[in-house]
Design a protein around this ligand. Structure first.
Ligand SMILES: [Zn+2]
Length: 631
Protein backbone atom coordinates (compact mmCIF):
# COMPACT_ATOMS: atom_id res chain seq x y z
CA UNK A 1 0.00 0.00 0.00
CA UNK A 2 1.04 3.58 -0.38
CA UNK A 3 -0.63 6.47 1.40
CA UNK A 4 -0.32 10.01 0.22
CA UNK A 5 -1.93 13.01 1.72
CA UNK A 6 -3.26 15.64 -0.59
CA UNK A 7 -1.37 18.89 -0.29
CA UNK A 8 -4.75 20.17 0.81
CA UNK A 9 -4.01 18.30 3.98
CA UNK A 10 -0.77 20.26 4.35
CA UNK A 11 -2.95 23.35 4.11
CA UNK A 12 -4.66 22.34 7.34
CA UNK A 13 -1.40 23.12 9.08
CA UNK A 14 -1.81 26.72 7.92
CA UNK A 15 -4.82 26.99 10.20
CA UNK A 16 -2.68 25.69 13.03
CA UNK A 17 -0.05 28.23 12.12
CA UNK A 18 -2.60 31.03 12.27
CA UNK A 19 -3.76 29.76 15.65
CA UNK A 20 -0.27 29.44 17.03
CA UNK A 21 0.61 33.00 16.10
CA UNK A 22 -2.58 34.48 17.58
CA UNK A 23 -1.82 33.07 20.88
CA UNK A 24 -4.45 -17.74 5.90
CA UNK A 25 -4.94 -21.46 6.54
CA UNK A 26 -5.79 -24.54 4.20
CA UNK A 27 -8.56 -26.96 4.90
CA UNK A 28 -9.87 -30.05 3.25
CA UNK A 29 -13.46 -30.97 2.69
CA UNK A 30 -14.51 -34.21 1.12
CA UNK A 31 -16.80 -32.73 -1.53
CA UNK A 32 -15.77 -29.74 -3.59
CA UNK A 33 -17.93 -26.80 -2.56
CA UNK A 34 -18.62 -23.97 -4.96
CA UNK A 35 -19.78 -20.68 -3.53
CA UNK A 36 -22.13 -18.71 -5.75
CA UNK A 37 -21.94 -15.03 -4.85
CA UNK A 38 -23.97 -12.33 -6.50
CA UNK A 39 -23.98 -8.55 -6.36
CA UNK A 40 -26.86 -6.42 -7.61
CA UNK A 41 -25.68 -2.96 -8.65
CA UNK A 42 -28.95 -2.17 -10.41
CA UNK A 43 -31.47 -2.28 -7.57
CA UNK A 44 -29.57 -0.18 -5.06
CA UNK A 45 -31.61 0.71 -2.01
CA UNK A 46 -30.68 3.66 0.18
CA UNK A 47 -27.07 3.50 -1.10
CA UNK A 48 -26.88 -0.17 -0.13
CA UNK A 49 -26.21 -3.12 -2.39
CA UNK A 50 -27.76 -6.56 -1.95
CA UNK A 51 -25.45 -9.56 -1.78
CA UNK A 52 -26.44 -13.21 -2.05
CA UNK A 53 -24.09 -16.01 -1.03
CA UNK A 54 -25.13 -19.55 -1.94
CA UNK A 55 -22.76 -22.41 -1.14
CA UNK A 56 -23.42 -25.80 -2.76
CA UNK A 57 -23.22 -28.16 0.20
CA UNK A 58 -22.21 -27.33 3.75
CA UNK A 59 -21.48 -30.04 6.30
CA UNK A 60 -22.14 -29.85 10.02
CA UNK A 61 -24.84 -28.55 12.34
CA UNK A 62 -23.78 -24.91 12.32
CA UNK A 63 -21.35 -22.72 10.46
CA UNK A 64 -19.71 -19.35 10.94
CA UNK A 65 -19.86 -16.74 8.19
CA UNK A 66 -17.34 -13.91 8.24
CA UNK A 67 -16.41 -10.63 6.68
CA UNK A 68 -12.72 -9.78 7.19
CA UNK A 69 -11.51 -7.84 10.19
CA UNK A 70 -8.34 -7.01 8.28
CA UNK A 71 -7.04 -7.59 4.76
CA UNK A 72 -3.48 -7.97 3.44
CA UNK A 73 -1.60 -4.79 2.61
CA UNK A 74 -3.53 -2.50 4.96
CA UNK A 75 -1.97 -3.27 8.37
CA UNK A 76 -4.96 -1.99 10.34
CA UNK A 77 -8.28 -3.31 11.61
CA UNK A 78 -11.03 -2.44 9.16
CA UNK A 79 -13.90 -4.59 10.53
CA UNK A 80 -15.70 -4.80 7.21
CA UNK A 81 -18.58 -6.62 8.91
CA UNK A 82 -19.87 -3.27 10.15
CA UNK A 83 -20.96 -2.38 6.62
CA UNK A 84 -23.29 -5.39 6.55
CA UNK A 85 -26.98 -4.97 7.43
CA UNK A 86 -29.94 -7.27 7.76
CA UNK A 87 -28.13 -10.58 7.24
CA UNK A 88 -30.58 -13.47 6.76
CA UNK A 89 -30.12 -17.15 6.00
CA UNK A 90 -32.56 -19.46 4.22
CA UNK A 91 -32.77 -23.16 3.57
CA UNK A 92 -33.06 -24.57 0.05
CA UNK A 93 -36.87 -24.22 0.16
CA UNK A 94 -36.66 -20.58 1.20
CA UNK A 95 -37.50 -21.05 4.89
CA UNK A 96 -35.52 -18.84 7.25
CA UNK A 97 -32.70 -20.34 9.35
CA UNK A 98 -31.61 -19.00 12.73
CA UNK A 99 -28.74 -16.52 12.51
CA UNK A 100 -26.87 -15.32 15.59
CA UNK A 101 -24.57 -12.32 15.43
CA UNK A 102 -21.31 -13.38 17.10
CA UNK A 103 -19.41 -10.12 16.76
CA UNK A 104 -18.96 -7.23 14.34
CA UNK A 105 -17.56 -9.50 11.64
CA UNK A 106 -19.13 -12.91 12.21
CA UNK A 107 -22.50 -14.66 12.21
CA UNK A 108 -23.44 -18.17 13.30
CA UNK A 109 -25.93 -19.99 11.09
CA UNK A 110 -27.91 -22.88 12.58
CA UNK A 111 -28.89 -26.04 10.65
CA UNK A 112 -25.98 -25.39 8.29
CA UNK A 113 -26.57 -28.61 6.36
CA UNK A 114 -29.83 -27.16 5.06
CA UNK A 115 -28.33 -23.78 4.12
CA UNK A 116 -29.46 -22.56 0.70
CA UNK A 117 -28.37 -18.95 0.74
CA UNK A 118 -27.44 -15.94 2.81
CA UNK A 119 -28.77 -12.53 1.82
CA UNK A 120 -27.58 -9.21 3.20
CA UNK A 121 -27.16 -5.56 2.33
CA UNK A 122 -23.84 -3.72 2.34
CA UNK A 123 -23.15 -0.03 2.75
CA UNK A 124 -20.30 1.50 0.81
CA UNK A 125 -17.28 2.86 2.68
CA UNK A 126 -17.29 6.19 0.83
CA UNK A 127 -20.22 7.34 2.94
CA UNK A 128 -21.22 4.35 5.06
CA UNK A 129 -20.98 4.36 8.89
CA UNK A 130 -17.39 5.04 9.96
CA UNK A 131 -16.28 4.61 6.34
CA UNK A 132 -13.85 7.51 6.58
CA UNK A 133 -11.57 5.24 8.61
CA UNK A 134 -11.21 2.81 5.69
CA UNK A 135 -8.44 3.67 3.22
CA UNK A 136 -10.34 4.84 0.12
CA UNK A 137 -8.16 2.62 -2.10
CA UNK A 138 -9.36 -0.36 -0.09
CA UNK A 139 -12.95 0.84 0.08
CA UNK A 140 -16.18 0.69 -1.89
CA UNK A 141 -18.13 3.42 -3.62
CA UNK A 142 -21.63 2.81 -4.96
CA UNK A 143 -22.78 5.63 -7.18
CA UNK A 144 -25.85 4.51 -9.17
CA UNK A 145 -25.16 4.75 -12.91
CA UNK A 146 -21.84 6.62 -12.59
CA UNK A 147 -19.34 4.31 -10.93
CA UNK A 148 -18.97 1.39 -8.57
CA UNK A 149 -15.63 0.75 -6.92
CA UNK A 150 -15.76 -2.77 -5.54
CA UNK A 151 -13.09 -3.86 -3.12
CA UNK A 152 -14.80 -7.17 -2.60
CA UNK A 153 -13.40 -7.78 0.91
CA UNK A 154 -16.00 -5.34 2.22
CA UNK A 155 -18.84 -7.02 0.32
CA UNK A 156 -18.30 -10.76 0.00
CA UNK A 157 -17.79 -12.98 3.04
CA UNK A 158 -16.40 -16.45 3.62
CA UNK A 159 -17.39 -19.52 5.63
CA UNK A 160 -15.31 -20.94 8.42
CA UNK A 161 -12.87 -23.54 7.06
CA UNK A 162 -13.94 -23.20 3.43
CA UNK A 163 -11.89 -20.23 2.36
CA UNK A 164 -10.14 -22.42 -0.21
CA UNK A 165 -13.30 -23.29 -2.16
CA UNK A 166 -13.89 -21.61 -5.52
CA UNK A 167 -16.33 -18.73 -5.90
CA UNK A 168 -18.49 -17.91 -8.88
CA UNK A 169 -19.29 -14.23 -8.73
CA UNK A 170 -22.20 -12.71 -10.68
CA UNK A 171 -22.52 -8.95 -10.91
CA UNK A 172 -25.64 -7.31 -12.30
CA UNK A 173 -24.74 -3.78 -13.40
CA UNK A 174 -26.26 -0.72 -15.07
CA UNK A 175 -26.03 -1.08 -18.87
CA UNK A 176 -23.82 2.00 -19.39
CA UNK A 177 -21.08 0.77 -17.04
CA UNK A 178 -18.32 -1.70 -17.85
CA UNK A 179 -16.34 -3.86 -15.47
CA UNK A 180 -12.62 -3.35 -15.22
CA UNK A 181 -10.77 -5.99 -13.21
CA UNK A 182 -8.04 -8.62 -13.33
CA UNK A 183 -10.54 -11.23 -12.09
CA UNK A 184 -11.08 -13.72 -14.93
CA UNK A 185 -14.56 -13.50 -16.49
CA UNK A 186 -16.56 -16.59 -17.47
CA UNK A 187 -19.05 -14.46 -19.36
CA UNK A 188 -19.71 -10.77 -19.92
CA UNK A 189 -22.68 -8.77 -21.15
CA UNK A 190 -23.83 -5.18 -20.73
CA UNK A 191 -25.93 -6.07 -17.70
CA UNK A 192 -24.47 -9.27 -16.22
CA UNK A 193 -20.85 -10.33 -15.72
CA UNK A 194 -19.84 -13.67 -14.25
CA UNK A 195 -16.37 -14.07 -12.78
CA UNK A 196 -14.40 -16.98 -11.45
CA UNK A 197 -12.25 -16.90 -8.28
CA UNK A 198 -10.21 -19.97 -7.32
CA UNK A 199 -10.53 -19.24 -3.63
CA UNK A 200 -11.61 -16.48 -1.25
CA UNK A 201 -8.19 -14.86 -1.49
CA UNK A 202 -8.80 -14.23 -5.21
CA UNK A 203 -12.06 -12.49 -4.38
CA UNK A 204 -10.16 -9.91 -2.34
CA UNK A 205 -7.05 -9.85 -4.55
CA UNK A 206 -9.01 -8.65 -7.60
CA UNK A 207 -10.97 -5.44 -7.08
CA UNK A 208 -13.50 -4.45 -9.75
CA UNK A 209 -14.28 -0.96 -10.99
CA UNK A 210 -17.46 -0.30 -12.95
CA UNK A 211 -17.48 2.91 -14.94
CA UNK A 212 -18.27 4.26 -18.38
CA UNK A 213 -15.58 3.04 -20.79
CA UNK A 214 -12.39 5.08 -20.25
CA UNK A 215 -9.58 2.56 -20.48
CA UNK A 216 -6.49 1.66 -22.48
CA UNK A 217 -4.68 -1.63 -22.75
CA UNK A 218 -1.21 -2.19 -24.20
CA UNK A 219 1.47 -4.86 -24.39
CA UNK A 220 4.98 -4.24 -23.10
CA UNK A 221 7.23 -7.13 -24.10
CA UNK A 222 5.77 -9.92 -22.01
CA UNK A 223 3.32 -7.98 -19.86
CA UNK A 224 -0.18 -6.81 -20.72
CA UNK A 225 -1.00 -3.54 -18.99
CA UNK A 226 -4.46 -2.05 -18.53
CA UNK A 227 -5.39 1.38 -17.20
CA UNK A 228 -9.00 2.36 -16.49
CA UNK A 229 -10.02 5.71 -15.09
CA UNK A 230 -13.20 6.91 -13.47
CA UNK A 231 -13.15 10.71 -13.55
CA UNK A 232 -16.31 12.36 -12.15
CA UNK A 233 -15.74 15.48 -14.24
CA UNK A 234 -14.78 13.45 -17.31
CA UNK A 235 -11.61 15.53 -17.76
CA UNK A 236 -9.06 12.74 -17.22
CA UNK A 237 -8.83 10.29 -20.14
CA UNK A 238 -6.92 7.03 -19.83
CA UNK A 239 -5.33 7.55 -23.24
CA UNK A 240 -3.65 10.76 -21.98
CA UNK A 241 -1.78 8.82 -19.28
CA UNK A 242 -0.75 5.84 -21.40
CA UNK A 243 2.66 7.23 -22.41
CA UNK A 244 3.75 7.99 -18.83
CA UNK A 245 2.60 4.59 -17.54
CA UNK A 246 4.32 2.89 -20.47
CA UNK A 247 7.63 4.68 -19.88
CA UNK A 248 7.44 3.91 -16.17
CA UNK A 249 6.64 0.22 -16.56
CA UNK A 250 9.33 -0.35 -19.18
CA UNK A 251 11.80 1.23 -16.76
CA UNK A 252 10.55 -0.96 -13.89
CA UNK A 253 10.79 -4.14 -15.95
CA UNK A 254 14.37 -3.21 -16.91
CA UNK A 255 15.26 -2.45 -13.31
CA UNK A 256 13.82 -5.75 -12.06
CA UNK A 257 15.16 -7.85 -14.91
CA UNK A 258 14.28 -11.52 -15.00
CA UNK A 259 12.96 -11.58 -11.45
CA UNK A 260 9.61 -10.23 -12.61
CA UNK A 261 7.20 -12.64 -14.22
CA UNK A 262 3.93 -10.74 -13.89
CA UNK A 263 2.09 -11.41 -17.13
CA UNK A 264 -0.68 -8.84 -16.78
CA UNK A 265 -1.20 -5.78 -14.63
CA UNK A 266 -4.32 -3.63 -14.35
CA UNK A 267 -4.45 -0.15 -12.87
CA UNK A 268 -7.88 0.89 -11.57
CA UNK A 269 -7.75 4.65 -11.07
CA UNK A 270 -10.77 5.96 -9.20
CA UNK A 271 -10.71 9.75 -9.06
CA UNK A 272 -12.83 11.16 -6.29
CA UNK A 273 -14.51 14.50 -5.88
CA UNK A 274 -13.42 17.15 -3.41
CA UNK A 275 -16.09 16.19 -0.85
CA UNK A 276 -14.81 12.59 -0.85
CA UNK A 277 -11.24 13.82 -0.37
CA UNK A 278 -12.39 15.88 2.59
CA UNK A 279 -14.33 12.91 3.97
CA UNK A 280 -11.11 10.89 4.01
CA UNK A 281 -9.12 13.74 5.61
CA UNK A 282 -7.07 14.37 2.46
CA UNK A 283 -5.97 10.77 2.15
CA UNK A 284 -5.24 9.27 -1.24
CA UNK A 285 -3.10 6.37 -2.36
CA UNK A 286 -3.11 2.85 -3.66
CA UNK A 287 -3.38 -0.77 -2.53
CA UNK A 288 -1.37 -3.60 -4.02
CA UNK A 289 -2.63 -6.84 -5.47
CA UNK A 290 -0.88 -9.61 -7.41
CA UNK A 291 -2.02 -8.49 -10.85
CA UNK A 292 -3.68 -5.14 -10.27
CA UNK A 293 -3.80 -2.07 -8.08
CA UNK A 294 -6.56 0.29 -7.00
CA UNK A 295 -5.46 3.91 -6.99
CA UNK A 296 -7.48 6.76 -5.53
CA UNK A 297 -6.62 10.38 -6.23
CA UNK A 298 -8.66 13.56 -6.45
CA UNK A 299 -10.25 14.55 -9.76
CA UNK A 300 -9.25 18.22 -9.37
CA UNK A 301 -5.55 17.39 -9.85
CA UNK A 302 -4.07 18.89 -12.99
CA UNK A 303 -2.70 16.43 -15.59
CA UNK A 304 0.98 17.11 -14.79
CA UNK A 305 0.45 16.66 -11.09
CA UNK A 306 -1.63 13.52 -11.59
CA UNK A 307 0.98 12.01 -13.92
CA UNK A 308 3.83 12.35 -11.40
CA UNK A 309 1.65 11.05 -8.56
CA UNK A 310 0.63 8.08 -10.70
CA UNK A 311 4.26 7.30 -11.52
CA UNK A 312 5.31 7.46 -7.84
CA UNK A 313 2.36 5.49 -6.51
CA UNK A 314 1.78 2.92 -9.25
CA UNK A 315 5.50 2.10 -9.38
CA UNK A 316 5.39 1.49 -5.63
CA UNK A 317 2.43 -0.88 -6.09
CA UNK A 318 4.06 -2.68 -9.00
CA UNK A 319 7.23 -3.25 -6.93
CA UNK A 320 5.01 -5.04 -4.44
CA UNK A 321 4.96 -7.85 -7.02
CA UNK A 322 8.49 -8.48 -5.67
CA UNK A 323 7.62 -8.20 -1.97
CA UNK A 324 5.37 -9.18 -0.27
CA UNK A 325 3.78 -10.88 -3.28
CA UNK A 326 6.83 -12.99 -4.19
CA UNK A 327 8.79 -12.81 -0.94
CA UNK A 328 6.64 -13.13 2.17
CA UNK A 329 6.40 -14.97 5.45
CA UNK A 330 3.96 -17.65 6.56
CA UNK A 331 1.91 -15.03 8.41
CA UNK A 332 1.09 -13.38 5.09
CA UNK A 333 0.79 -16.58 3.07
CA UNK A 334 -1.79 -18.06 5.42
CA UNK A 335 -3.42 -14.74 6.13
CA UNK A 336 -6.10 -14.98 8.81
CA UNK A 337 -8.67 -12.34 8.00
CA UNK A 338 -10.19 -12.45 11.46
CA UNK A 339 -7.33 -13.45 13.78
CA UNK A 340 -4.32 -11.93 12.06
CA UNK A 341 -0.70 -12.55 13.00
CA UNK A 342 1.59 -9.89 11.63
CA UNK A 343 5.07 -10.44 10.21
CA UNK A 344 8.12 -8.63 11.64
CA UNK A 345 9.31 -7.48 8.24
CA UNK A 346 7.45 -4.33 7.21
CA UNK A 347 10.94 -2.81 6.77
CA UNK A 348 11.03 -5.06 3.69
CA UNK A 349 7.41 -5.29 2.44
CA UNK A 350 6.82 -1.54 2.49
CA UNK A 351 10.34 -0.18 3.01
CA UNK A 352 12.13 -2.00 0.17
CA UNK A 353 9.14 -1.38 -2.09
CA UNK A 354 9.16 2.35 -1.42
CA UNK A 355 12.95 2.53 -1.78
CA UNK A 356 12.86 0.76 -5.16
CA UNK A 357 10.00 3.00 -6.32
CA UNK A 358 12.45 5.91 -5.96
CA UNK A 359 15.74 4.19 -6.86
CA UNK A 360 14.46 2.82 -10.19
CA UNK A 361 13.57 6.33 -11.29
CA UNK A 362 17.16 7.56 -11.07
CA UNK A 363 18.55 4.19 -12.18
CA UNK A 364 16.48 4.35 -15.37
CA UNK A 365 16.86 8.09 -15.98
CA UNK A 366 13.29 9.18 -15.11
CA UNK A 367 14.61 11.62 -12.48
CA UNK A 368 18.03 13.19 -11.90
CA UNK A 369 20.41 12.75 -8.96
CA UNK A 370 19.46 15.95 -7.05
CA UNK A 371 15.79 14.91 -7.24
CA UNK A 372 16.66 11.47 -5.84
CA UNK A 373 18.78 12.95 -3.02
CA UNK A 374 15.93 15.39 -2.27
CA UNK A 375 13.47 12.50 -1.97
CA UNK A 376 15.76 10.61 0.44
CA UNK A 377 16.40 13.76 2.46
CA UNK A 378 12.66 14.37 2.69
CA UNK A 379 12.28 10.86 4.10
CA UNK A 380 14.94 11.64 6.73
CA UNK A 381 13.01 14.78 7.71
CA UNK A 382 9.52 13.21 7.65
CA UNK A 383 10.84 10.18 9.55
CA UNK A 384 11.54 12.51 12.49
CA UNK A 385 7.77 12.80 13.02
CA UNK A 386 7.75 9.20 14.25
CA UNK A 387 9.40 7.36 17.14
CA UNK A 388 12.96 6.91 15.85
CA UNK A 389 13.94 4.60 18.69
CA UNK A 390 11.12 2.10 18.21
CA UNK A 391 12.38 -1.32 17.11
CA UNK A 392 11.19 -1.70 13.52
CA UNK A 393 10.63 -5.46 13.77
CA UNK A 394 8.72 -5.07 17.04
CA UNK A 395 6.61 -2.30 15.50
CA UNK A 396 5.85 -4.48 12.50
CA UNK A 397 4.71 -7.48 14.55
CA UNK A 398 2.43 -5.22 16.60
CA UNK A 399 1.40 -2.80 13.85
CA UNK A 400 -2.37 -3.21 14.26
CA UNK A 401 -2.24 -1.96 17.85
CA UNK A 402 -0.82 1.08 19.64
CA UNK A 403 1.76 2.41 20.17
CA UNK A 404 2.87 0.81 16.91
CA UNK A 405 -0.12 1.73 14.72
CA UNK A 406 0.57 5.47 15.08
CA UNK A 407 4.05 4.84 13.67
CA UNK A 408 2.82 3.00 10.57
CA UNK A 409 3.59 5.96 8.28
CA UNK A 410 7.29 5.52 9.09
CA UNK A 411 7.41 2.40 6.90
CA UNK A 412 7.49 4.77 3.89
CA UNK A 413 10.12 7.01 5.50
CA UNK A 414 12.55 5.15 7.76
CA UNK A 415 11.50 1.86 6.17
CA UNK A 416 12.82 3.09 2.81
CA UNK A 417 15.95 4.57 4.45
CA UNK A 418 16.77 1.24 6.16
CA UNK A 419 16.93 -0.22 2.66
CA UNK A 420 19.03 2.68 1.39
CA UNK A 421 21.59 2.10 4.17
CA UNK A 422 21.60 -1.67 3.60
CA UNK A 423 22.03 -1.03 -0.13
CA UNK A 424 25.04 1.24 0.47
CA UNK A 425 26.53 -1.15 3.01
CA UNK A 426 26.23 -4.17 0.70
CA UNK A 427 27.58 -2.15 -2.25
CA UNK A 428 30.56 -1.11 -0.13
CA UNK A 429 31.33 -4.67 1.00
CA UNK A 430 30.89 -6.16 -2.48
CA UNK A 431 33.00 -3.53 -4.24
CA UNK A 432 29.88 -2.08 -5.84
CA UNK A 433 28.66 -5.36 -7.29
CA UNK A 434 25.70 -6.28 -5.16
CA UNK A 435 22.99 -4.32 -3.44
CA UNK A 436 19.61 -4.80 -1.77
CA UNK A 437 17.90 -5.47 -5.11
CA UNK A 438 20.28 -8.38 -5.65
CA UNK A 439 19.32 -9.71 -2.20
CA UNK A 440 15.61 -9.40 -3.00
CA UNK A 441 16.04 -11.19 -6.32
CA UNK A 442 17.86 -14.04 -4.56
CA UNK A 443 15.02 -14.31 -2.05
CA UNK A 444 12.41 -14.25 -4.83
CA UNK A 445 14.25 -17.14 -6.56
CA UNK A 446 14.36 -19.10 -3.32
CA UNK A 447 10.73 -18.45 -2.33
CA UNK A 448 8.12 -16.98 -4.68
CA UNK A 449 4.37 -16.69 -4.68
CA UNK A 450 3.61 -20.14 -3.24
CA UNK A 451 6.50 -20.65 -0.81
CA UNK A 452 6.62 -18.51 2.33
CA UNK A 453 9.71 -17.99 4.49
CA UNK A 454 9.82 -18.43 8.26
CA UNK A 455 9.49 -15.00 9.81
CA UNK A 456 12.23 -15.55 12.41
CA UNK A 457 14.76 -16.82 9.84
CA UNK A 458 14.65 -14.02 7.26
CA UNK A 459 17.39 -11.81 8.68
CA UNK A 460 19.75 -14.77 9.14
CA UNK A 461 19.16 -15.74 5.52
CA UNK A 462 19.95 -12.23 4.33
CA UNK A 463 23.11 -12.16 6.45
CA UNK A 464 24.15 -15.56 5.06
CA UNK A 465 23.78 -14.11 1.53
CA UNK A 466 25.79 -11.01 2.42
CA UNK A 467 28.19 -9.86 5.18
CA UNK A 468 28.53 -9.90 8.99
CA UNK A 469 28.22 -6.08 8.99
CA UNK A 470 24.67 -6.54 7.69
CA UNK A 471 23.89 -8.58 10.82
CA UNK A 472 25.22 -5.73 12.97
CA UNK A 473 23.02 -3.26 11.10
CA UNK A 474 19.88 -5.35 11.62
CA UNK A 475 20.69 -6.01 15.28
CA UNK A 476 21.38 -2.36 16.03
CA UNK A 477 18.97 -0.42 13.85
CA UNK A 478 16.14 -2.69 12.71
CA UNK A 479 15.59 -5.10 15.60
CA UNK A 480 17.32 -2.75 18.00
CA UNK A 481 16.34 0.75 19.02
CA UNK A 482 19.38 2.82 18.00
CA UNK A 483 18.47 5.52 15.47
CA UNK A 484 20.46 5.44 12.22
CA UNK A 485 23.07 8.12 11.57
CA UNK A 486 22.24 8.53 7.88
CA UNK A 487 25.26 10.76 7.23
CA UNK A 488 27.52 7.84 8.16
CA UNK A 489 26.08 5.77 5.29
CA UNK A 490 25.70 8.62 2.80
CA UNK A 491 29.35 9.61 3.29
CA UNK A 492 30.39 6.16 2.03
CA UNK A 493 28.99 7.21 -1.37
CA UNK A 494 30.24 10.80 -1.21
CA UNK A 495 26.98 12.48 -0.19
CA UNK A 496 27.13 15.26 2.39
CA UNK A 497 24.86 17.92 3.84
CA UNK A 498 24.69 21.11 1.82
CA UNK A 499 22.55 23.72 0.10
CA UNK A 500 20.60 22.48 -2.87
CA UNK A 501 18.00 23.76 -5.32
CA UNK A 502 14.85 21.80 -4.54
CA UNK A 503 11.49 21.53 -6.29
CA UNK A 504 8.60 22.55 -4.09
CA UNK A 505 5.18 20.96 -3.61
CA UNK A 506 3.40 24.13 -4.73
CA UNK A 507 3.69 27.78 -5.58
CA UNK A 508 2.97 28.97 -2.02
CA UNK A 509 5.86 27.02 -0.48
CA UNK A 510 9.37 28.13 0.28
CA UNK A 511 10.60 24.67 1.25
CA UNK A 512 9.02 21.22 1.35
CA UNK A 513 6.50 22.16 4.04
CA UNK A 514 6.83 25.86 4.93
CA UNK A 515 4.48 28.41 3.34
CA UNK A 516 5.85 31.64 1.89
CA UNK A 517 4.05 33.77 4.47
CA UNK A 518 3.84 34.33 8.22
CA UNK A 519 0.87 35.95 9.98
CA UNK A 520 2.03 39.17 11.61
CA UNK A 521 0.36 41.99 13.51
CA UNK A 522 0.81 45.36 11.87
CA UNK A 523 0.34 48.24 14.26
CA UNK A 524 -3.09 49.85 14.17
CA UNK A 525 -4.01 47.88 11.06
CA UNK A 526 -4.47 44.34 12.32
CA UNK A 527 -3.21 40.91 11.38
CA UNK A 528 -1.86 40.22 7.90
CA UNK A 529 -0.03 37.51 6.00
CA UNK A 530 3.45 38.85 5.31
CA UNK A 531 5.67 37.31 2.62
CA UNK A 532 8.61 35.86 4.54
CA UNK A 533 9.88 33.38 1.97
CA UNK A 534 10.08 33.15 -1.80
CA UNK A 535 10.60 30.60 -4.52
CA UNK A 536 11.77 30.79 -8.14
CA UNK A 537 8.28 31.34 -9.56
CA UNK A 538 7.32 34.17 -7.22
CA UNK A 539 10.72 35.84 -7.58
CA UNK A 540 10.33 35.81 -11.35
CA UNK A 541 6.89 37.40 -10.99
CA UNK A 542 8.33 40.19 -8.86
CA UNK A 543 7.00 39.25 -5.42
CA UNK A 544 9.28 40.63 -2.69
CA UNK A 545 10.00 39.74 0.92
CA UNK A 546 7.97 42.02 3.20
CA UNK A 547 5.05 42.34 0.75
CA UNK A 548 1.67 41.94 2.41
CA UNK A 549 -0.12 38.98 0.85
CA UNK A 550 -3.75 40.03 0.35
CA UNK A 551 -5.11 37.76 -2.38
CA UNK A 552 -4.47 34.74 -4.56
CA UNK A 553 -5.76 34.28 -8.08
CA UNK A 554 -8.33 37.03 -7.74
CA UNK A 555 -9.69 35.95 -4.36
CA UNK A 556 -9.01 38.31 -1.47
CA UNK A 557 -8.35 36.99 2.02
CA UNK A 558 -10.87 37.86 4.74
CA UNK A 559 -9.55 39.20 8.05
CA UNK A 560 -6.76 36.90 9.23
CA UNK A 561 -8.27 35.16 12.23
CA UNK A 562 -8.77 31.69 13.51
CA UNK A 563 -12.51 31.87 12.71
CA UNK A 564 -11.68 32.59 9.08
CA UNK A 565 -9.15 29.71 8.89
CA UNK A 566 -11.37 27.56 6.68
CA UNK A 567 -12.18 30.46 4.34
CA UNK A 568 -8.46 31.30 4.04
CA UNK A 569 -7.58 27.68 3.35
CA UNK A 570 -10.29 27.56 0.68
CA UNK A 571 -8.41 30.30 -1.17
CA UNK A 572 -5.15 28.34 -1.00
CA UNK A 573 -6.73 24.99 -1.87
CA UNK A 574 -6.94 25.33 -5.67
CA UNK A 575 -3.19 26.12 -5.83
CA UNK A 576 -2.39 22.56 -4.70
CA UNK A 577 -3.97 21.24 -7.90
CA UNK A 578 -2.20 23.60 -10.31
CA UNK A 579 0.38 22.25 -12.71
CA UNK A 580 3.27 23.97 -14.51
CA UNK A 581 1.05 25.41 -17.27
CA UNK A 582 -1.51 27.00 -14.95
CA UNK A 583 -1.62 30.80 -15.03
CA UNK A 584 -2.36 32.55 -11.78
CA UNK A 585 -2.03 35.88 -10.03
CA UNK A 586 -1.00 37.02 -6.59
CA UNK A 587 -2.10 40.31 -5.05
CA UNK A 588 0.16 42.09 -2.57
CA UNK A 589 0.31 45.42 -0.82
CA UNK A 590 3.62 47.28 -1.08
CA UNK A 591 4.36 50.85 0.00
CA UNK A 592 0.69 51.52 0.62
CA UNK A 593 -0.44 50.51 -2.86
CA UNK A 594 -1.84 47.21 -4.07
CA UNK A 595 -0.22 45.25 -6.86
CA UNK A 596 -1.46 42.21 -8.81
CA UNK A 597 1.33 40.12 -10.31
CA UNK A 598 0.64 37.35 -12.83
CA UNK A 599 2.55 34.44 -14.25
CA UNK A 600 2.72 30.70 -14.88
CA UNK A 601 3.16 28.26 -12.03
CA UNK A 602 6.17 26.66 -13.76
CA UNK A 603 8.27 24.46 -11.47
CA UNK A 604 8.68 26.44 -8.27
CA UNK A 605 12.01 25.73 -6.59
CA UNK A 606 14.14 27.19 -3.83
CA UNK A 607 17.59 26.75 -2.37
CA UNK A 608 17.22 24.72 0.80
CA UNK A 609 19.39 22.67 3.16
CA UNK A 610 19.63 19.13 1.92
CA UNK A 611 22.11 16.52 0.79
CA UNK A 612 24.49 16.98 -2.11
CA UNK A 613 27.43 15.30 -3.80
CA UNK A 614 30.74 15.99 -2.08
CA UNK A 615 32.99 17.65 -4.70
CA UNK A 616 36.08 16.41 -2.83
CA UNK A 617 35.01 12.75 -2.82
CA UNK A 618 37.68 10.29 -3.95
CA UNK A 619 37.47 8.46 -7.24
CA UNK A 620 36.72 5.21 -5.40
CA UNK A 621 33.87 6.85 -3.48
CA UNK A 622 32.40 8.32 -6.66
CA UNK A 623 32.69 4.85 -8.25
CA UNK A 624 30.74 3.34 -5.38
CA UNK A 625 28.11 6.04 -5.74
CA UNK A 626 27.72 5.31 -9.44
CA UNK A 627 27.36 1.61 -8.66
CA UNK A 628 24.74 2.38 -6.01
CA UNK A 629 22.64 4.54 -8.31
CA UNK A 630 23.17 3.04 -11.74
CA UNK A 631 24.19 -0.64 -11.50
ZN1 LIG B 1 2.96 -0.45 -0.22
Amino acid sequence: MKILFSKLFISLSFVLLLTACATLKNNNTSKPIVIEASIDLVNINDDKVQITIAPTAIQGEEILFYLPQIVPGTYEYSNFGRFVEDLKAFDKKGNPLTVTTVDENSWKIASAKKLGKIIYWVNDTFDGPGGEKIYPMGGTNFDSDKTHLLNLHSMIGYFDNIKESPYRLSVRSPKNLQAFTSLPAISKSDSLDIFNAERYFHIIDNPIMYSEPNAVSFDLDDIKVGLAIYSPSGTHKAVDYQAAIQEMMIAQKKFLGKSNNTSSYDILLHLMGMEDLQYFGGMMGALEHHTSTTVVFVDAMQPGELTQSLVDVVSHEFFHTLTPLNVHSEEIHNFEYNTPLMSKHLWMYEGATEYFANLFQINQGLIDAPDFYGRMNEKVNYGQRYDDSMSFTEMSAGIVDEPYAANYGNVYQKGALINMCLDILIREKSGGEKGILWVMKKLAERYGKEKPFKDENLIDEIVALTYPEVRDFFTTHVEGTTPINYNEYLSKVGIIEGKTESQLPGVIFTDASTPIFTPQDIEEKGRFLVITGLNSTLEAMGVQLGDIFIGLDGQMFPEISQENGAAINAIFSPSFMWDAETEFSITVERNGGSLTLSGNVGTPSAVISGIVEDPTASEATVGLREAWLFN
